[in-house]
Write a new protein. Sequence first.
Length: 207
Amino acid sequence: MRITTYTLALVLVLTTCITAQTLDFEDLTLGDTYDPNPATLDPDSFITGGIPVTVNDFVFSGGGTTSTGFTEVENGGQAGGSGNELEVNNVNLDFNFGGPVQSVGITFGEFGGNINFEVNGDFHNVENFQALPGTIGGATYTVSPTSVSGSMMTVQGAINSLSIGGQELWIDDVRYVVPEPATSGLLVLALAAMCFRQIRGRMYANI
């Protein structure tokens, strides 16, 4: 019973030290556009939910690149979510989470063209999200349909960088999980306490 109790305590410690956040783009202005082209007046970056996002050039299926694409704040439900969403048209969006995160999930609708996807510097240029491998940048990648107009992709592991791009792509509800700085220390303390209790219990049992 003692082991069960402390195992439960350890789970509670880890659970309370993990923060889940969602970028729903509701803080962005409907109709605003961003692009990587220095010749336009549109900015090449924005901040949503406190997370900086940089708009970068897109890579075509044949290997050529373009800086003439854009991302626009819309609300047509193309991604399968609700409220504001982002149209991603021939650009890549680089999300800077400010440090490693444990997982990222994105609701999306993809309607044509190729896609770009990068995790931890591991770049892939493929026909669609279903064509991506199960491991990208050392993280586990999965994708599953959620509705007629959208799907959900999930990346799990130590994620230091993530970029997503497409030609006829809409995204919404970027969910990410960040371990709090105290997690490692609390984990060590919890494990030490568990071991100490077990050792002490054995010592008393032998007296």
